[in-house]
Design a protein around this ligand. Structure first.
Ligand code: VGL
Ligand code: ZN
Length: 201
């Protein structure tokens, strides 16, 4: 068992990010057994859940004439337009059915504000609006995080970089992550994480 100052943070292991889902990450389901096993090593286990209202501003379908994976400009900066995914209350937004959820102490939902996307478990994409996870971790005396989940180059990446900037020790276990890899986004994410002081294991 890891010490009480460590947490396992499991990012977005949801049906829509697994094969057959609306924003399927190749091999997204392959990481479930390894993540399930790793939960037993941690006294603190946290799940995140991408959780968008219908018509969310990150969906291409909300922008006339735009296609999934196009880029757009939001007031907070560039934003990829995604297929409709992880709509609140749908099967696509549910956790993968084989993911263990009983060991989780906290489920943090993100992306529920209609006009802001939220990749990171800590801040929405304006890099200002907090999710509350930082306060939760600090209140429990947790300063060291292990991150796994989907997708390596988006939500895992943004969460890891934010955590490192906030002063947490951060390890990303790459064998328990899978990437979307839009035009070099995985390589850029790995460089960005390393540059922020994230350990890639
Ligand atoms: C994610 C794109 C849109 C992710 C979430 O979990 O990496 N990617 N929403
Ligand atoms: Zn999303």
């Amino acid at each position: 068992m890891r010490p009480a100052n460590e947490a396992l943070v499991i990012i977005d292991v949801q049906n829509d990010f697994c094969p057959g889902g609306a924003l399927a990450v190749p091999g997204g389901d392959e990481i479930v057994p390894g993540i399930n096993a790793l939960m037993d090593d941690f006294a603190a286990v946290i799940l995140t859940q991408d959780w968008h209202p219908a018509g969310h501003s990150s969906f291409a379908s909300s922008h006339a004439g735009r296609a999934p994976y196009d880029m757009t400009e939001m007031p907070y900066g560039p934003q990829v337009l995604w297929p409709d995914h992880c709509v609140i209350g749908t099967r696509g937004a549910a956790f993968h059915p084989d993911l263990r959820t009983d060991p989780a102490d906290l489920v943090i939902r993100k992306g529920f504000r209609p006009t802001i996307d939220s990749y990171s478990a800590f801040f929405e994409n304006d890099h200002e609006t907090p999710t509350g996870l930082e306060g939760y971790l600090r209140a429990r005396g947790i300063d060291t995080l292990t991150l796994v989940g989907l997708a390596t180059d988006f939500c895992v990446n943004y969460s890891a970089v934010d955590a490192a900037r906030l002063g947490f020790g951060v390890t990303v276990v790459e064998r328990l992550c899978r990437a979307i890899d839009l035009s070099g986004s995985l390589a850029a994410a790995r460089d960005g994480m390393r540059g922020a002081g994230v350990r890639l294991a």
